[in-house]
Design a protein around this ligand. Structure first.
Ligand code: ZN
Length: 143
């Protein structure tokens, strides 16, 4: 059975990230600096290079894909919740090259902003804390 909790919309934060910033780190800082402990994130823009992660469900380890090229950030979707008491951003992204070919995955630190416009939708509700999940060996939401 799915684990579901009711949440309510709170404040929205809309802005753009700094050129040359590490996308995941700066977007995480936006959440931390604005006391967002629960929320949903959207962003579009372009990156100078990207680092994507793929979780291998057999070995339970992340494999990283380094894309040292200019790409459009066609869609970033993620969430914010608490891990070890601090806000953690969990972003997934789809990126496109000059031919429209897409790459996708879990967006990792090491992705550098060319331009990025974002919306953080903060939510009010019960705490969503991440803890170790024995089935997946991932830090998933505990119920
Ligand atoms: Zn992920």
């Amino acid at each position: 059975m799915a684990a579901v909790k009711e949440v309510q919309p709170a404040k929205c934060l809309m802005g753009r990230l700094k050129h040359g910033a590490d996308l995941v780190e700066e977007l995480t800082s936006v959440c931390v600096d604005n006391h967002v402990t629960l929320g949903w994130v959207h962003a579009i823009g372009a990156v100078q290079k990207a680092r994507l992660a793929y979780y291998d469900q057999e070995t339970h380890e992340y494999r990283f894909l380094e894309l040292d090229r200019h790409l459009e950030l066609t869609s970033l979707v993620g969430n914010v919740s608490l891990k070890d008491g601090v806000p953690m951003l969990h972003p997934h992204a789809t990126l496109a090259d000059e031919h429209g070919n897409a790459y996708g995955g879990h967006l990792a630190p090491g992705t550098i902003v060319f331009a990025c416009e974002f919306l953080v939708q903060a939510l009010d509700g019960p705490e969503f804390a991440r803890g170790f999940d024995t089935e997946t060996e991932l830090p998933l939401w505990t119920t």
